[in-house]
Design a binder for this molecule. Structure first.
Ligand code: SF4
Length: 319
């Protein structure tokens, strides 16, 4: 039962299946049974139907059950990452504060290691007046049981589909089974949450978008030297999840960390980005999202040592 606190005693909340007692130790995710939050506030840089006009009420949880070697949020995802312990009551109150600050939704980032606590906090917040949609923003490495438990309290799924290649799964994510495990979880999400949108709004740049109330957006961060893998992911989306109404978000602004080796030690070349842009355009997925490479190398990467981790104007902290 993924929504019961008893699972912390023999944790198999995610496909890592650590089977550790998290009341006395941490698992692969680096987290004990204490729910920890690294940052919370309004975030304006998600896909437009999620951030919309007033921003997404985003809660970054500490730790991560996947641990990609190229993680762009490594300051808060690694074991011993910073974070503040929240009780269920305190987390429910935080969700309500975000709603009161104008959040279009509550956007829970990498909450998988804390799943029973998060579900309990959402149940309480909803009974106390939380009415905006709730977004589960995750790596995609989820069990079917976790998705089934989340369906009660989640409206929008924002999973990654990081790779469709078993060798890349082992090399970059340190798990042998990411492609089939994430695909099965995303199948479940798509079937549980068909798209529901409300009429168009104009974003901060003046473009029109539907505001998402329910649905699935599948993200894929294209990696340098791995265009073939990205094309496999796009093919799976087109044949398996687009017919179910899910949207796709292709991100090409990968930035390497200094400790990485080839091919992850560089950004995408112009040729790689152009190739992906052309293939994406040919699909005519006009309701989907293509995030262009940035020209300023370090401009967008979050720095969680700062009060506002994101570039100017992209976030507003709320505790
Ligand atoms: S949530 Fe953490 S401890 Fe539990 S199975 Fe996953 S990685 Fe292991």
């Amino acid at each position: 039962m993924s929504d019961s606190f008893e699972v912390y005693a023999y944790c198999r909340l995610c496909p890592r299946n650590c089977a550790v007692n998290r009341f006395s130790a941490a698992g692969y995710c680096g987290e004990t049974g204490a729910m920890r939050i690294a940052w919370s506030g309004l975030h304006f840089g998600e896909e437009p139907p999620v951030s919309a006009v007033d921003g997404s009420g985003t809660v970054f949880f500490s730790g991560c059950n996947l641990g990609c070697v190229y993680c762009q949020n490594r300051q808060i995802s690694r074991p011993q990452a910073p974070g503040t312990v929240f009780t269920v009551d305190e987390a429910a109150a935080l969700f309500l504060r975000l709603q009161a600050a104008g959040a279009e939704n509550i956007n829970l980032v990498t909450g998988t290691p804390h799943l029973p606590s998060v579900i309990a906090a959402l149940r309480q917040a909803k009974s106390d007046g939380l009415s905006v949609p709730v977004v589960w923003n995750c790596s995609g490495y989820e069990t079917i049981e976790a998705v089934d438990a989340l369906n009660e309290v989640i409206d929008i799924y924002l999973p990654d589909m990081k790779t469709a290649d078993a060798a890349n799964s082992r090399r970059y994510l340190r798990v042998p089974d990411y492609p089939e495990t994430a695909a099965a979880a995303i199948d479940r999400m798509c079937r549980a949450k068909p798209p529901v949108t409300v009429p168009l709004f104009n974003d901060r740049l003046g473009f029109e978008h539907p505001l998402m109330k329910q649905g699935v957006i599948i993200r894929h961060l294209a990696l340098p030297g791995e265009t073939a893998d990205s094309l496999k992911v796009m093919h799976i989306y087109e044949t398996r999840w687009r017919p179910l109404g899910a949207l796709f978000s292709l991100i090409t602004d990968y930035l390497p960390s200094s400790d990485l080796t080839a091919p992850l030690d560089r950004r995408l070349t112009a040729s790689e980005a152009d190739s992906l842009r052309r293939i994406f355009s040919e699909r005519e997925w006009d309701d989907c999202f293509f995030q262009e490479p940035e020209t300023d190398a370090d401009d967008w990467r979050p720095d969680f040592t700062r009060k506002e981790p994101f570039p100017a104007g992209f976030s507003r902290r709320i505790l």
